[in-house]
Write a protein that binds this ligand. Structure first.
Ligand code: SF4
Length: 257
C-alpha cells in the first residue's frame, strides 16, 4: 500500500522515531493555549513567551483578570509579541465570544460541539482557520488537524498533497488518512513543526533527514547531487510553497517551539 494514507502514517512513525513525543502545547491550562495561539500570529514563539510571562507576572492570565484590564494595559503587557494593539483587540474579541455565547465559562466553551465551536471562533475577530484549529486541538482537545505553511511545504516536497491547495483540502487529506484522535493530531502537528525547523527548512538539509528515503525531493537530491533542476522537478512547485511561507508570515502562524 503506497497511497497517501499509508504515506502519512509512515511519515508519522519516522518522525516519532527521530524526535520522540513533543508533548504540545506547552502551557499551564487551556486559556494560556488560547492566548498563545493568538499571540503567535506573525511572530516567533520566543516573543510570545515574553508576552505570556508579562501576563503571568501581572496576574492577567485568566479570562476575568484579562477582562478587567484596559485595552492599553493589555496591549502594553503583550508588546513583545508584536502587533500588540491589534492582538489586544483580538484577545478582547475572544473574551466577548466567551462572555456572550458561553456566559464567561471557559469550560462550557471548550466542551461545545467541535463544528459549532469552530464556526463561532471563525466568526470572531482575529481568528482564522489555523488559530481556530489550534484552539480546538490543543485547548479543547478536539480532533481538528492544524494546517500551517510547514505542513504544506514538507508534504509538497514529500510528494503527498491534496488535489486543491486550500486549507480545507489539506485538512481533509490528513483527517481522512488518520484515526480521528486529538492526541495523535496534536503530536503529529508538533512533529511537523519540529521537522520543518530542524531540516525541512526553506533550503532543506536532506542529508540529515529521517524522511529522505521516502521523499521525492530527498531522493532527487541523492540521485543527482547538486542538480537543482531535478530537485525542483521532484519537489513540484517548490517556489509556490515558499510563497506560502511568506504569505503565512503576513498572517497566521502557530508554532510554539
Ligand atoms: S528529504 Fe529534504 S525535502 Fe524531503 S522532507 Fe527531508 S529535508 Fe524535506
Amino acid at each position: 500500500m503506497t497511497g497517501p494514507e499509508h504515506r502519512i502514517r509512515d511519515v508519522y512513525d519516522r518522525l516519532v522515531a527521530r524526535y520522540g513525543p513533543r508533548g504540545w502545547w506547552p502551557a499551564d491550562g487551556p486559556f494560556e493555549v488560547i492566548v498563545g495561539s493568538i499571540l503567535t500570529q506573525r511572530t516567533a514563539w520566543a516573543n510570545v513567551e515574553k508576552a505570556l510571562a508579562n501576563l503571568k507576572r501581572a496576574g492577567a492570565l485568566s479570562p476575568a483578570a484579562m477582562r478587567a484590564l484596559a485595552v492599553d494595559e493589555l496591549a502594553e503587557l503583550i508588546r513583545p509579541s508584536g502587533f500588540y494593539r491589534s492582538k489586544a483587540r483580538k484577545l478582547l474579541a475572544f473574551l466577548d465570544l466567551l462572555d456572550e455565547s458561553f456566559e464567561g465559562d471557559l469550560g462550557r466553551l471548550l466542551a461545545a460541539p467541535g463544528d459549532e465551536l469552530r464556526s463561532s471562533l471563525l466568526a470572531t475577530h482575529g481568528i482564522g482557520e489555523e488559530t481556530a484549529d489550534a484552539i480546538l486541538l490543543y485547548a479543547a482537545r478536539q480532533p481538528f488537524f492544524v494546517i500551517d505553511a510547514y505542513t504544506r511545504r514538507t508534504f509538497s516536497r514529500l510528494g503527498v498533497r491534496p488535489g486543491g491547495d486550500t486549507y480545507n483540502a489539506w485538512q481533509r487529506l490528513f483527517e481522512e488518512s488518520l484515526p480521528r484522535d486529538a492526541a495523535l493530531y496534536g503530536e503529529y502537528h508538533a512533529l511537523i513543526v519540529e521537522h520543518a525547523k530542524d531540516v525541512c527548512r526553506a533550503e532543506p538539509l536532506c542529508d540529515r533527514c529521517a524522511l529522505a528515503e521516502v521523499c521525492a525531493t530527498g531522493l532527487g537530491r541523492h540521485q543527482v547531487a547538486g542538480d537543482e533542476r531535478v530537485v525542483q522537478d521532484a519537489a513540484g512547485d517548490d517556489e509556490q510553497v515558499e510563497d506560502l511561507v511568506v504569505a503565512e508570515d503576513a498572517g497566521e502562524r502557530v508554532r510554539p517551539a
